[in-house]
Design a protein around this ligand. Structure first.
Ligand code: ADP
Length: 457
């Protein structure tokens, strides 16, 4: 079977959706291919938070000193300066416009009065979609593609990129859920938005042998690096492939990210089996993960109280996850420190000492042990919540090399005509370590550029 469109977008996560919507609004006939039975990818199951410097919620909260420059510096530094400066600049300068586009054109609702300050960020700048997950993003993007009459084909796995004699990419072959082979021809170009490879253990080990079976993953089963392999096969250059990020606070039995534990951004602390803090709770994900793995048993406990819970209400917004964790015996609510310590057999005296110190540091505003950058909160009053967690593979920073116009480059650094990429499949933004809230900013900023560019060329 053969079908012809102007633009073929591969992968229906945030990058693919935004590319498809922009290409359509620039006048192209677009098809969006998704190999899974449902759209959304990791974008759907993520927390959905999005950094945008100097955004409207910051201004409403009286944060008036955030700038694109500060965001640029945080992002570069967070990735050990291995991100491509000109690409990070584009991210920093356009993240706010991407957020406004989501708000105004896609009708995404963000909380009007709450932001997260993720690890590595010098300002509280992450917008939070209602529901605190990517469901709000994907639901609204899907509604927009429906309204725009963009064709989406689920259960459609893209497999091989096609080139003409001149070397231009002209389409892709795919296999449907029922085994039909279909060739999608693209008059204008193909956009790869297939996400990362966190769920592909063999591929992880190929590029970073330490990221082996001992890690579970937070990612969807579709995150197998298909787009990276497809593009590499026709000569695309890969970069930064060894940089694989673990998210520090995940379910020890399933590897699923814990969003209930977003209370960490409101002041929850991390302790080890001995009852001691061992890392700054707002450190980078790689630093916290490494610190956790160095503790007894390779796990941590996250502890917070009702006062902290009342700030972000993470249990209320993630009630299903909370109930599940309680049922699994991985999260306990107790009225006193003694009860909390007893449940996980933590030495209660050490834990009390730790908490007394935290209470002192909360009063003085100075964390003398780990310099908590958000300021510790008092844990004097219960009830307490304590949750067991391990790191799990979360984001693959490496991938395809793209230029400012999201054109995919080959080994020699030349443009591969007709081929574009955006989102986690690319490897040029986050360096060694992606900061929280930066993936959503990345995928919409570059997804939109790809969608416009493929039509403009
Ligand atoms: P991003 O954040 O970069 O948008 P996501 O993980 O949210 O990435 O979305 C990527 C999407 O691409 C997922 O829904 C995934 O199932 C899909 N995908 C991955 N490989 C293929 C493929 N070979 N063909 C079609 N879709 C794919």
């Amino acid at each position: 079977v053969e079908q012809t469109y102007d633009v073929v977008v591969i992968g229906a996560g945030g990058a693919g959706f935004s590319a498809a919507i922009e290409a359509k609004s620039a006048g192209a006939n677009v098809v969006l291919l998704e190999k899974m039975p449902a759209v959304g990818g990791n974008t759907l199951i993520s927390g959905g938070e999005m950094n945008a410097p100097d955004n409207w919620v910051e201004r409403a909260l009286g944060i008036t000193d955030d700038t694109a420059d500060l965001f640029y510096n945080d992002t570069m530094k967070g990735g050990d300066n291995l991100g491509d400066p000109k690409m990070v600049r584009i991210l920093a300068d356009n993240a706010l416009a991407s957020a406004e586009w989501l708000r105004d054109d896609i009708k995404v609702e963000f909380l009007p009065d709450h932001l997260f300050q993720f690890g590595g960020h010098s300002r509280k700048r992450a917008l939070i979609p209602v529901g605190h997950t990517g469901v709000e993003l994907i639901t609204k993007l899907k509604a927009k593609t429906d309204a725009d009459q963009i064709t989406i084909k689920t259960n459609m796995k893209a497999e091989t990129l096609l080139k003409d004699e001149s070397g231009k990419v002209t389409g892709v072959t795919a296999t449907s859920g029922t085994g039909d082979k279909i060739t999608f021809h693209a008059n204008k170009g193909v956009i790869i938005a297939t996400g990362g490879f966190g769920s592909n253990v063999e591929m992880r080990k190929k590029y970073n042998p330490t990221m082996d079976e001992k890690y579970m993953t937070t990612d969807t089963p579709g995150s197998t690096g298909d787009g990276i392999v497809m593009a590499e096969t026709i000569g695309a250059k890969l970069t930064n492939m060894e940089s694989i990020q673990t998210y520090p606070i995940c379910n020890p039995e399933t590897g699923v990210i814990s969003l209930v534990a977003d209370s960490r951004f409101d002041g929850a602390i991390l302790i080890n089996q001995e009852g001691k803090r061992f890392v700054e709770e707002l450190e980078r994900r790689d630093v916290i993960s490494k610190a956790i793995l160095a503790q007894t048993g390779g796990y941590t406990y996250q502890l917070w109280n009702q006062g902290i819970e009342d700030i972000g209400k993470t249990i209320e917004v993630h009630q299903d996850e909370y109930d599940q964790l309680v049922k699994q015996g991985l999260l306990f609510k107790g009225d006193t420190i003694e009860e909390a310590a007893d449940f996980f057999k933590i030495d209660v005296n050490t834990l009390k000492e730790t908490i007394n110190k935290v209470n002192d540091y909360a009063k003085t505003g100075k964390d003398l042990d780990f310099k908590h950058r958000g300021g510790l909160k008092s844990l004097e009053k219960g009830p307490y919540y304590i949750e067991k967690a391990v790191p799990s593979v979360h984001h693959t920073m490496g991938g395809l090399v793209i230029d400012e116009k999201t054109r995919v480059l080959n080994e020699k650094g030349e443009v591969i005509p007709g081929l574009f990429a955006a989102g986690e499949v690319t490897g040029v933004i986050h360096g060694t370590n992606r900061l929280g809230g930066n993936a959503i900013a990345d995928i919409f900023t570059f997804g939109r550029i790809a969608g416009k560019q493929v039509v403009a060329e």
